[in-house]
Design a protein around this ligand. Sequence first.
Ligand SMILES: C[S@@+](CC[C@H](N)C(=O)[O-])C[C@H]1O[C@@H](n2cnc3c(N)ncnc32)[C@H](O)[C@@H]1O
Length: 282
Amino acid sequence: MTYAELISYSHRTLRCAGIDGEQYNTACLAEHFFGLDRVSLSLKRYDSPDPCSEKKFIDAVKKRSEGCPLQYILGMWTFMDCDFFVGEGVLIPRDDTEVCVRECIEPMRKIASPKIIDLCSGSGIIAVTLARMFPSADIYALELSPEAFKYIRKNIEYNNIKNIQAVNDDIFKYHNKFSDGYFDLIVSNPPYIKTDVIPKLQREISYEPIIALDGGADGLVFYRAIAENWLCKLKTGGCVSLEIGEEQGEDVSRLIKRKGISDVRIVKDIQGLDRVIFGTKI
Ligand SMILES: C[S@@+](CC[C@H](N)C(=O)[O-])C[C@H]1O[C@@H](n2cnc3c(N)ncnc32)[C@H](O)[C@@H]1O
């Protein structure tokens, strides 16, 4: 087939499958498998790719039409201007998480070598982004899933980061390794979806690991663990930045206020939804 035929095949297939943004998806797949942007594709529209690239492109369109997320097919995604390997077994980076990271920047600028922990680190987007901004920080990235942990390692290496210690362990246990008052910042985007809501989520999300989504019956299990076990590990004046579900602001604020966190703010995302809880230890 020519490039033009392959592009219209992709548009048609994705549209029939009910995939939103068939043009964007097709452009990303064409760039990935043919190495051609929109302009080059248009100039070469009557040419044909080599048979191997053509087959890979057609297979990818089929996979996408079945609901496999674009990010998993491409194997890489950008978060805050930095590229991360992603794939089945690790949560896809979301733009919303930028809110959680941005809140940390000003307070960490004031500390020469801040000690930071990213709990439930996934692909490592939060830890790696902070490590690039604060090369003199001493950062831990804690993640339980062995599949996700492979991605953290890869992403640390790919981004040439030297100041992250990645730890394959459990948020419910690993706090015992640190003395009270150790950290300047605890940051986390933990699993926060209520267990019974998960089966009702959109088709693409069913490809993502359940361990990255399931926040227990009320969605708050991980916030309780952070409040109970981790907030005592903050120094006086240390900060906590937690990504939350849009309806969890009041509950999570209450949990952390009880543990000596003050100036608690709920920060909204670009859609105006509650997205982050930020506070300071008194
Ligand atoms: C919502 S994802 C967030 C991933 C990443 N921080 C991000 O923002 O893209 C939550 C992560 O918590 C991890 N996780 C689940 N249970 C855990 C536990 N008990 N201890 C440590 N990590 C856990 C999951 O494997 C998943 O990678």
